[in-house]
Design a protein around this ligand. Structure first.
Ligand code: EPU
Length: 419
């Protein structure tokens, strides 16, 4: 077990390079298993634990994986097992994408129920609804989901809730479904578009990703391809918010500014200076920012994944802010830790009322999920004195080299073994 030790109170300056998007890569990698010919060479892979987990799952299923300088080559021409019965599946959420991918290619799969951050109930009923609509039978027994179909046939599926996971998983299964599949009320997140682009590069026929209606025309076969993952919208958002909170000036490089509009808009509303370039964003802040209200929503709304880092910024901004977390019922657990550092936040259900304080004070705190971890790191950078963040295995699942990136910007942050 490791921890981060942060001596806070310094403004941050310089440039930071954003890595490949976690929530895109964790879908693109499992999707590669549908290629029955050729290898997939996927570039801009972030160095995070979730990617390590997926590599282990591929090996468990008998596929060949090779990692070199930020790229991963997957040879799935031979798949020896359709039963992903390994602890690595249970360690992360996105392992459920092996279900849709294997169902599409082999018409059969068994995958343990996924893990992931404890931020709410996270059902998979919409994934199941989609698989069944395509003609599969789905059973959940002994902690695993089994899917099986004689054949998959395209149809129209209207999702009851907007779900990134269900949209991608059903899209994966539908690549090989006979005829046309239409997904309605689909998620529009950038990573949904990235997965569709990757599948099309392999030979799939998918149109409309990025809108709420996705049309998939079934094909018989797809082949390996070269592909580069988009930059991480959430990592970029985290550094934008961190700069606003710590004060200073940071150029956030290798981003798609369009993906960050909801975050830029809020920071500008608070009084920060946000300058968009072609593939970078500069954030300047004198820390003299005013509170705002946030409601998390599916893309293009304000992302739930940036809500926790944002709550740290609002904790040290002037006046009252209100956060309404509309996606997950349990994504405000980090607030207790922020209050230990001197924040003044009350939570009722999915709503946090934040009365801004002048400063936070260093304390020993613990991350209980990935973005809570990012929120606490930012709090440590802002706070006077020393903060020790434990539970950083959650942070390592989704942020590559977080302490190195902040150190490069002038943050005093080091990693150490827990006693
Ligand atoms: N939902 C259902 N039924 C389903 C699926 C989802 O009711 O079958 C509900 C969920 O309970 C939630 C909402 O729909 O209230 C949205 O869930 P979604 O399926 O979109 O989330 P997910 O696919 O499980 C992904 C990201 C999350 C991110 C959400 C929302 C991955 C691996 N995870 O989760 O990322 O918060 O979309 O954008 O892509 C993170 O990166 O920290 C993280 C948690």
């Amino acid at each position: 077990m490791e921890k981060l030790i942060i001596n806070g109170g310094k403004s941050i300056y310089g440039e930071v390079e954003i890595s490949g998007a976690k929530n895109a890569v964790v879908a693109i990698l499992p999707a590669a298993i549908i290629a029955s010919k050729g290898k997939c060479c996927i570039d801009n892979i972030p160095n995070i634990e979730d990617v390590n987990c997926i590599e282990r799952i591929f090996e468990y299923l008998g596929c060949k994986v090779e990692r070199k300088e930020g790229a991963l080559t997957i040879d799935s021409t031979v798949v020896k097992s359709l039963n992903a019965n390994t602890e690595h599946v249970r360690k992360m959420r996105a392992s459920y994408y092996f279900l849709g991918a294997l169902l599409g290619r082999f018409k059969e799969a068994r995958v343990e129920l996924p893990g992931g951050c404890p931020i709410g109930s996270r059902p998979i009923d919409q994934h199941i609804k989609g698989f069944e609509a395509l003609g599969a039978s789905v059973t959940i027994e002994c902690g695993a989901v089994s899917v099986k179909a004689e054949r998959l046939v395209g149809t129209s599926i209207y999702f009851d809730v907007i779900s990134v996971g269900a949209t991608i998983n059903v899209m994966l299964a539908a690549v090989f479904a006979e005829g046309v599949t239409i997904l309605e009320n689909a998620a529009k997140e950038p990573h949904v578009v990235d997965v569709a682009n990757f599948l099309n590069s392999m030979g799939a026929k998918i149109k409309g990703a990025g809108t709420d209606t996705i049309k998939i025309t079934g094909v018989d076969e797809v082949v390996g391809c070269n592909y580069s993952v988009i930059p991480d919208q959430i990592e970029a958002g985290t550094f934008m918010v961190a700069t606003a909170a710590c004060g200073g000036e940071v150029k956030i490089k290798n981003v798609i500014p369009k993906h960050l509009e909801s975050i830029s808009a809020k920071l500008i509303e608070m009084g920060a200076n946000v300058i968009e370039g072609d593939d970078n964003i500069i954030v300047k802040s004198d820390k003299n920012l005013k509170g705002v209200n946030i409601k998390t929503l599916p893309y293009p709304g304000f992302p739930t994944d940036v809500q926790q880092p944002m709550s740290t910024l609002l904790a040290v901004s002037k006046g009252r802010s209100v956060i309404n977390e509309s996606i997950y019922e349990n994504r405000l657990k980090h607030v207790e830790e922020l209050n230990r550092m001197g924040a003044n936040i009350t939570v009722e259900g999915r709503v946090a009322v934040i009365d801004g304080v002048e400063k936070l004070k260093g304390a020993n705190v613990k991350a209980t999920d990935l973005r809570a971890g990012a929120a606490l790191v930012i709090a440590g950078l802002v706070a006077e004195g020393t903060t020790v963040v434990e539970g950083i295995q959650h942070i390592d699942r989704g942020y590559p080299n977080i302490e190195e990136k902040f150190k490069h910007l002038g943050g005093d942050i080091t990693r150490a073994k827990c006693d």
